[in-house]
Write a protein that binds this ligand. Structure first.
Ligand code: DGL
Length: 270
């Protein structure tokens, strides 16, 4: 095996800014890791697309990106893309791939009432992958799923520094609490990487400061998995980390300050 160049990047991929919640966790465990953050904003949001469209799009894009950028590892920092396209991507890429799995297992360990809420995109919540996680880890518990695409838009708006529609949060609360048995939800799985970017707003909307709910997401687990798979590899950033977008424009320009806060110093169109 040839020695790996220390500046070889880890590629983090999402439809938009959601993967930044994973990047934040990754920075804590691997502060020296060179990262390229790629957002398929031309395809955002993924949540309203069909399985076939998401699988083809993600596999095609990651194939081209991997060929051009030669990452040491690819992380699909998106629940929608992972729950649908992980197998298809694994077929076309030779580099190690880490996906994002809805954190049902840790939520099942945390819940006291036995009632778990899950917020994700429309596409994620209908996946057989989620059914399997529920059967394996949340047997005997109640899992209430709610699609909250408005929260994806809210996270994008927040990171652009723009106003965020409070109706998005009220809608998520109503969607879980209003479901049969929803009053007992004490643990909420944030099954979309955009949602941890809205933790303060979600906590306020759910009254979490009163201790009524806890939120769990997969970011820390993903970061640990990446650290494990790259253990022993030299890592050194040669220049500031970069962000790539599949479409340019004013919305991307507005993200610059937020990207800089995550250590992404430059941005360009792929
Ligand atoms: N961040 C993505 C996820 O984790 C989804 C956002 C979208 O709908 O594109 O599911």
């Amino acid at each position: 095996m040839t020695a790996i160049d220390p500046s070889t990047p880890i590629l983090l991929f999402d439809s938009g800014v959601g993967g930044l919640s994973v990047l934040a966790a990754l920075r804590l465990v691997l502060p020296e890791a060179p990262v390229i953050y790629a957002a398929d904003n031309a395809g955002l949001p993924y949540g309203g697309k069909s399985e076939a469209e998401i699988a083809a799009r993600v596999a095609g894009l990651l194939g081209r990106m991997t060929e051009r950028l030669r990452p040491r590892l690819v992380c699909i920092a998106c629940n929608t893309a992972s729950t649908i396209a992980l197998a298809a991507v694994r077929e076309v890429l030779e580099v190690p791939i880490v996906g994002t799995v809805p954190a049902i297992k840790p939520a099942a360990a945390l819940t006291v009432t036995g009632t778990i809420g899950l917020l994700g995109t429309e596409a994620t919540i209908r996946q057989a992958y989620v059914d399997r996680l529920e059967a394996e880890f949340a047997g005997g518990k109640r899992l209430i799923r709610f699609a909250a695409p408005a929260l994806v838009a809210a996270a994008e708006a927040k990171l652009r520094g723009g106003p965020v529609d409070p109706a998005a949060f009220a809608g998520a609360v109503a969607g879980l609490r209003g479901a049969p048995g929803g009053g007992a939800v004490d643990t909420v799985v944030l099954a979309c990487t955009h949602f941890p970017l809205l933790l303060p707003e979600l906590a306020e909307a759910f009254g979490a400061e009163l201790g009524s709910v806890r939120f769990v997401d997969g970011a820390e687990g993903i970061a640990r998995r990446i650290a494990h798979l790259t253990q022993g590899q030299p890592m050194q950033r040669e220049r500031g980390d970069a962000a790539l977008f599949t479409a340019g424009g004013a919305d991307v320009d507005a993200l610059s300050p937020a990207l800089a806060r995550y250590g992404l110093e430059s941005q360009s169109v792929f």
